[in-house]
Design a protein around this ligand. Structure first.
Ligand SMILES: Cc1cc2nc3c(=O)[nH]c(=O)nc-3n(C[C@H](O)[C@H](O)[C@H](O)COP(=O)(O)OP(=O)(O)OC[C@H]3O[C@@H](n4cnc5c(N)ncnc54)[C@H](O)[C@@H]3O)c2cc1C
Ligand code: FES
Ligand code: FES
Length: 1462
């Protein structure tokens, strides 16, 4: 860290965790982000790189923040002496822009890092079991910390408590939850994170919080929580305050760099200075970037490197907010968060327009982006880059104008006009934005300049204002499919009670248009007329023709229908036929507002109640409106094998929270380290004539490209290997898919390597090559299959034809015999109605694929790899480099999320890294950027399934035949086991007779690999789809059909013959009984029916889904070593991926060694340390996949402990003949000393000291029997032939859909999962919740999109929507069932990692039930498919899919029906 006490004149001075940093010109690249700086130039690695540059917020390829890099940035105001704090994404914040700021990372929260102490934030996150892999955890902690610091700073203001009770912070539970709304976590399912946050809230009932390590249920008390001290976050360093005070009045900001100097960072202090700077010759020649928050950096960052930056934040004019009676003028550089505050007037909200603009802005990005993102930056992006801005739309509707300066000319233009101007360049400076106040005064629609008088009396009119956005996440943090804002001045026509629109502004944006627009033709149609149903219908029809997305936009019809839905929502309540004024309408007045639950009426309360309701201004902001309403966790603790069985806190949770935990990319880069980035093919099938780097880009100082040609003699082009064979590391000559690695660019920094790889020039040719196979259909047509070994295919059951003959009703798919004849292919296509099509899902582990390879002596290499299978990584690297395995050491400490993606798919990354290091004789590091990871890594297997099913009239299914087609991509990977997994999970029901055919298709798409519940999630879901189809054919409740076809013990034995169960073991019927036979369930069904009857535009559905999931235990090693001081090191084959493997292993080691302890003390537990996997230390580590590695590792450790215990017991017994109650330390020290003393005694019997002599005499007695004790034992656990068993669980989910937008809200999910005798119920509960939420992502939101070449285009956080805290069930209840003793399983436990993911199908099925209810409405019936009861609901059931099934024209049809009924 560059640091000195005396600042130089051109230095940037700031603080990181209280330490002074001084950067001089040239110290750091001008485009360096704070994240890069922290991670490469300081020892702080808490802020993580999760999505890389958080944003490319443009059009369809934009990225979005993940929150892994969040830090706290504090600013000190010398005049007031106050510091303010805000969360910021360090991946977007430029380090040069931090002058006089204080940065706090998670290490700084606890006063300098994990070892120096933990903050209550760290301890509570750990204690609420809110971290699993821990990669997101530092970011989560900092988002929470920022909210706490901000609440402390605003204490007593805006309705906040002046003095919250001791231990609590002055924020509400709702605010605490929202603090982490922008943080992505792929592991936990968010519920425990939300609870950890809410534990700080002043209004929380602690008993409502979930399972934690602070109290037992019913004993909650604040005193049991780690203490939170107000003001303990973001303490502004005194030295920096002094420097700021010393410089204030002289230089508010840094002096602007002189024109002509070599400066790279310029801070003009006035508009004039700006123009002087950018007008200079120097700027003409260099690549210059104008910035404020730099949050728009993504698109250009990937392809551009800048020489100079001009920071606009020091121009006072751009930073001021001035409020006057007529409106508010906001400087362009003011952050969105500050704009929200200003519009709300510190929590109050006396103007409907301001208030709603502020509400809407709260859905723009996430808090940590809004804190730095400027209002002006957003509008410039909207104007210049066609950015799908929310802000442009809402300000357009509000009649805003802007003040710009173009060179020396200053002008005020309406926003509408500005958006239509040619894209502005750096000569145009946006100075300010003016939002008029509408409540008391009106604005002339042709108001073009500030000189125009806005004071048009609007007495007799009232303002209606509303904003809308339809986006996958309700709280924002997702680009909208369409946004809209409408402003209307309405007046009573005086004679009738109908309302007339005096002025109307209808703004729409983000729907696939250049910029936000006003629907002027619709406005014209509506203004001046009484609003009637027929006029509204006319307006809707006209609007649909106006809001047409540009070609290439996805979901075009849906977006147009949204526009209509929003207009309808806005105007329908004021149509003549509907509007019923409560009293005489007083149309001029203000609206109540407030915040934090305190009503804060404005001066005038005369607004008519009915209009107020229509305006729907919240009487409070989200004061008490919690995202998660309720949760319950029920666990049972088994005390037979303590400490196994207790809900122990996750090992290393505090290390993760405080940033001390070391992931691969946190290992400091060794001297001379180089960095690699993959060049991948963008063509699915093409000759690669050449690969080159962009010569025009001189800054890209690369060391070249490593390709297959660089593989050393004796090595081979191998990048992965499975039991089905190897696959190449780099594509050669002809590409096999878009996304195939072709080479690795090597450069001095990761950033340059990434940019160079993206700009690589590849010369393709498709000469003499046929068309690529990009779909299952094409693969079937061309017979492109991988052959599945017959032994991998599960048995068929009974005689299908006989079963069909017994059926009362049959549903047939066309017969497919897997013959490649065109006529049959046509038949196959015809069976579309009976098909289920399932797409892929991306892993979205928070830590992308990464490796660090370091050449070692004697032609050997050490590779740190984020891998679920280090042993295979070792083998692959050895094969690739032509080395013996003993020369390849692979080390894995922890993995930042795997979900199957860090198994086979991590191998090419490690192999390429090792190859480059081997070739260049220098360390090489690879950390894939998110986009490359998403494109290259593949994911879950897409499938197509056709089925024929026969059933009785009572719902009993008698026969099922499945034709299964799996898209494996270009290589086999593990795809040949997918049919097995699919069929095993599908067999959860008794199908009567069951037969199937399965084909694994080879296509020119990226290789698909195992992803959590591989094949099983699809198999289990398809079973539900068939059951629902049967139910709809019988017009009966699907849940009855489910119940009817659940296995008996006998049928279970038939379908799963290798895992027979007795009545006790087969717990599924009892689980289902608990969930569905309760009165509560029936009652809920009735409530739903009544809700659906009474609500036209919202419908609810409830569904119940059982699962049977087979797992297989595999052999695993465990090694236990007792060291000289009695501490214990444990090594296992399994890798800690976040699934709590280390925690369970530690508990098991304590249980195993506890046999030598008189009491089961915490002390033994604390002495045990689980250490990283090292392929040269603990061989045959195997694969950490399939949910059973934790228990296998535990068992291996238990067996190893037994060996050590046996050895020590005999020693102990011998010693105890002399000394009773030998403690652990005494025992170990004697055992350690024993062999030494034997030797000493042998050679120096008369020279030993008296103390040793004493001991020696003791030993002499036992000497005859002992020759020394080996304190290290290793055992290889082999599960034996009965290594597989079945897991059971069931879930009920209830959802609500919005028929206008297609939005789905999960109201409640109740899960019961049989965990056997859980080894650690807290860990297993976390796995259940986390897997369920990951499943929600698959079924509801994660749209995996490819282009026409098969290249993945949902390649970032913007376009790929994993669940966030606002999309999980609002009520989330989980019960772990303890199914008791079972001798075949490890201490009677069961797996929890993957099976619960399958339960998320309940959300999809509940959505289907809600859509079915919607289809009963006349305006929705007949939409989407011909049958109202059976229809295909795609996976994922995203908003456009739901809306389409509910009718894209449902609004028009409804209005027509009203007209017809007159
Ligand atoms: C993760 C993420 C999510 C987002 N989600 C949303 C969303 O849901 N809805 C939405 O509307 N927006 C969204 N945004 C966009 C966000 O609001 C903008 O990125 C931000 O407001 C830009 O401000 P900035 O200060 O960071 O601009 P910068 O990145 O600093 O600058 C942006 C561009 O504007 C130019 N510029 C900036 N200020 C001026 C000025 N005064 N005069 C002339 N040129 C100027 C710069 O030169 C640059 O080219 C999101 C952004 C991110 C990062
Ligand atoms: S790494 Fe910064 S937001 Fe994802
Ligand atoms: S714990 Fe949140 S991503 Fe793993």
């Amino acid at each position: 860290m560059a640091s000195s006490s005396a600042p130089s004149s051109a230095a940037v001075v700031f603080a990181v965790n209280g330490e002074r940093v001084e950067l001089r010109e040239g110290d750091v690249d001008p485009g360096a982000t704070l994240l890069e700086f922290l991670r490469t130039r300081t020892r702080f690695t808490g802020p993580k790189l999760g999505c890389g540059e958080g944003t490319r917020p443009f059009a369809a390829i934009s990225l979005r923040g993940c929150g892994a890099c969040v830090v706290l940035i504090s600013t000190y105001d010398a005049a007031s002496g106050e510091a303010s704090h805000a969360a910021a994404s360090s991946c977007l914040t430029l380090v040069h822009g931090l002058h006089h700021r204080a940065v706090t990372t998670t290490e700084g929260l606890g006063g300098g890092g994990g070892r120096a102490g933990l903050h209550a934030v760290h301890e509570r996150v750990a204690g609420f079991h809110a971290s699993q892999c821990g990669f997101c955890t530092p970011g989560v902690c900092m988002s929470l910390a920022a909210a706490l610091a901000a609440a402390d700073a605003k204490k007593g203001k805006g309705g906040r408590p002046a003095a919250p009770a001791e231990g609590y912070a002055g924020l509400t539970a709702a605010e605490a939850e929202r603090a982490v709304a922008g943080n992505l976590c792929r592991c936990t399912g968010y519920r425990p994170i939300a609870d950890a946050c809410k534990s700080f809230a002043a209004d929380v009932d602690l008993e409502d919080l979930g399972l934690n390590s602070f109290w037992r249920k019913g004993e909650a008390h604040a005193s049991k929580l780690p203490r939170y001290d107000e003001g303990s976050i973001g303490v502004f360093p005194e030295f920096l305050k002094a420097e700021i005070r010393a410089s204030s009045g002289i230089e508010e900001c840094m002096p602007p760099a002189l024109v002509g100097s070599a400066s790279i960072w310029h801070r003009p202090r006035s508009v004039e200075e700006y123009y002087k700077l950018v007008g200079s010759e120097l700027f003409g020649k260099s690549r210059t970037k104008v910035v404020v928050g730099n949050t728009a950096s993504g698109v250009n960052r990937e392809a551009e490197v800048y020489d100079r930056y001009v920071d606009l934040r020091c121009i006072p004019e751009l930073n001021s907010v001035s409020k006057e009676a007529k409106g508010v003028e906001i400087g362009a550089a003011v952050s969105i968060s500050k704009v929200i505050e200003a519009l709300r007037e510190d929590g109050g909200c006396n103007d409907v327009v301001f208030c709603k603009i502020a509400d809407h802005m709260e859905k723009v990005a996430s808090p940590f982006v809004r804190n730095t993102a400027s209002l002006g930056g957003n509008l410039i992006m909207a104007q210049r880059d066609q950015f799908a801005s929310d802000i442009a739309t809402i300000l357009l509707a509000a009649g805003s104008s802007i003040c710009i300066q173009v060179s020396s000319k200053r002008q005020t233009v309406m926003l509408e006009e500005f958006l239509q101007m040619p894209p502005c360049d750096y000569k145009t400076l946006l100075l300010s934005i003016y939002i008029p106040q509408w409540t008391h005064v009106g604005v002339l629609s042709d108001c073009r300049s500030r000189t125009v008088d806005r004071m048009v009396s609007t007495r007799g009119t009232s303002v209606l204002f509303e904003t809308y956005r339809a986006a996958p996440r309700p709280l924002g943090n997702a680009v909208a499919y369409l946004n809209a804002a409408f402003l209307a001045q309405v007046a009573s026509d005086g004679t009738t009670s109908s309302l007339i629109l005096r002025e109307l502004r209808l703004a729409f944006g983000a729907y696939g248009t250049q910029h936000a627009i006003r629907a002027s033709n619709v406005e014209k149609l509506l203004v001046g007329k009484p609003i009637t149903i027929s006029l509204l219908l006319e307006a809707c029809t006209l609007l649909k023709k106006s809001i047409v997305p540009v070609e290439g936009t996805r979901h075009t019809a849906y977006r147009s229908s949204l526009a209509v839905a929003f207009l309808f929502s806005f105007l329908y309540p004021v149509t003549k036929e509907i509007f019923k004024p409560v009293k005489a309408v007083h149309l001029n007045g203000s609206v109540p507002s407030g915040t934090n639950g305190h009503r804060n009426f404005g001066p005038n309360e005369r607004v008519d109640a009915s209009l107020m309701k229509i305006n729907n201004v919240k009487s409070a902001s989200y004061g008490n409106d919690c995202i998660l309403e309720y949760s319950k966790q029920i666990i049972e603790i088994n005390k037979d094998h303590l400490p196994v069985g207790i809900p122990a806190k996750k090992v290393g949770a505090e290390l993760q929270a405080s940033g001390e935990a070391v992931f691969v990319d946190d290992i400091p880069s060794p001297k001379d380290c180089l960095y690699g980035a993959f060049i991948y093919s963008t063509k699915p099938l093409a000759h690669v004539r050449s690969i080159g780097l962009d010569p025009s880009f001189k800054q890209l100082n690369t060391l070249g490209v490593v390709t297959a040609k660089d593989i050393p003699e004796g090595g081979s082009n191998v990048g992965a290997n499975t039991i089905f064979g190897p696959e190449p590391l780099f594509g050669d000559l002809v590409t096999q898919c878009a996304g195939e690695p072709l080479g690795l660019v090597i450069a001095e920094t990761q950033k340059i390597a990434n940019i160079a790889a993206k700009r690589a020039l590849i010369d393709y040719s498709t000469e003499n090559l046929g068309a690529p196979i990009l779909s299952i259909e094409e693969a079937v047509r061309r017979c492109s299959y991988f052959e599945t070994p017959p032994f991998l295919l599960p048995q068929k059951i009974g005689d299908f034809s006989k079963g069909m003959a017994e059926a009362d009703q049959k549903i047939y798919s066309a017969e497919v015999h897997f013959l490649c004849q065109f006529d049959q292919w046509i038949q196959y296509l015809r069976c579309t109605f009976l098909q289920v099509n399932l797409n892929s899902q991306y892993y979205f582990y928070m830590e992308t694929q990464t490796a660090l390879a370091i050449p070692d002596e004697d032609n050997s290499i050490v590779v740190y790899s984020s891998s679920q299978c280090p042993e295979t990584t070792q083998n692959v690297i050895a094969k690739c480099l032509g080395l013996p395995c003993h020369s390849v050491r692979v080390i894995t400490r922890r993995v930042g999320g795997g979900f199957g993606g860090k198994a086979v798919r991590s191998l090419p990354v490690a192999a390429a890294c090792a190859l480059a290091a081997f070739k260049l004789h220098r360390p090489v590091r690879i950390y894939l950027d998110r986009k490359t990871d998403m494109i290259m890594t593949g994911g879950r297997h897409p499938m197509k399934i056709c089925y024929s099913v026969g059933f009785k009239s009572d719902g009993k299914i008698t026969a099922l035949h499945i034709d299964l087609f799996i898209n494996a991509g270009m290589t086999k990977d593990i795809s040949l086991i997918i049919p097995h997994n699919f069929i095993e999970a599908l067999k959860k029901y008794n199908w009567g007779a069951f037969s199937y055919e399965a084909k694994v298709c080879k296509t020119n798409t990226v290789t698909k690999s195992a992803m959590r519940g591989p094949g099983e999630v699809q198999g289990s879901y398809v079973a539900e789809a068939i059951v629902e189809h049967v139910a709809s054919a019988l017009s009966t409740d699907a849940n009855l059909v489910r119940q009817r076809n659940l296995h008996t013990v006998e049928s279970l034995a038939l379908f799963h013959s290798e895992c027979t169960e007795d009545d006790m073991g087969y717990t599924l019927p009892s689980i289902c009984g608990q969930l569905t036979t309760s009165e509560n369930y029936q009652h809920r069904l009735e409530i739903i029916q009544s809700f659906n009857k009474n609500n036209r535009w919202k419908k609810r559905g409830l569904s119940f889904v059982p699962i049977v999931h087979k797992v297989l235990s595999r052999p695993t090693p465990g090694k236990v070593s007792i060291l000289n001081d009695g501490s214990i090191a444990v090594e296992v084959g399994g890798i800690e991926l976040g699934q709590g493997l280390w925690t369970k292993v530690k508990q098991m080691a304590a249980f195993g060694l506890g046999q030598l302890w008189t009491d089961l003390s915490q002390e033994l537990f604390d002495r045990i340390r689980i250490i990283q996997a090292d392929t040269l230390s603990n061989v045959q580590g195997g694969w950490t996949t399939g949910s059973t590695t934790s228990e296998s590792s535990c068992e291996a450790v238990r067996l190893a402990c037994n060996i050590v215990v046996d050895r020590l017991t005999s020693v102990k017994e011998q010693f105890q003949e002399k000394e009773s109650n030998l403690s652990w330390d005494e025992l170990i020290s004697k055992v350690i000393l024993f062999p030494i003393l034997i030797i000493v005694g042998r050679y120096y019997p008369f020279n030993i000291t008296s103390a040793i002599a004493c001991l020696y005499l003791n030993f002499v007695d036992v000497q005859a029997n002992m020759v020394g004790v080996d304190l290290s034992a290793r055992e290889y656990y082999i599960p034996g032939p009965s290594g597989s068993y079945l897991n059971y669980g069931a879930a009920i989910s209830e959802v609500e859909i919005d028929l206008l937008t297609g939005a789905t809200m999960i109201l409640r999910s109740d899960l019961i999962y049989d965990c056997g005798q859980s080894l650690n119920p807290a860990v297993d509960l976390g796995q259940v919740e986390g897997a369920f939420v990951q499943g929600i992502g698959y079924f509801m939101s994660e749209e995996y999109v490819t282009n026409s070449d098969g290249l993945v285009i949902s390649d970032g956080t913007w376009t790929y929507k994993i669940p966030t805290v606002d999309t999980i069930p609002k009520q989330f209840n989980v019960k772990l069932l303890n199914s008791g003793f079972h001798k075949k399983r490890v201490l009677s436990s069961k797996a929890s990692g993957e099976p619960p993911l399958l339960l998320a199908a309940s959300v999809h099925c509940a959505t289907r039930a809600a859509i079915r209810a919607a289809k009963e409405e006349p305006h929705c019936s007949g939409s989407g498919s011909s049958s109202p009861s059976h229809f295909d609901l795609e996976v994922p059931a995203i908003m456009p899919v739901v809306k389409e099934l509910c009718g894209l024209e449902n609004v028009e049809r409804y209005l027509e029906s009203l007209l017809n009924s007159k």
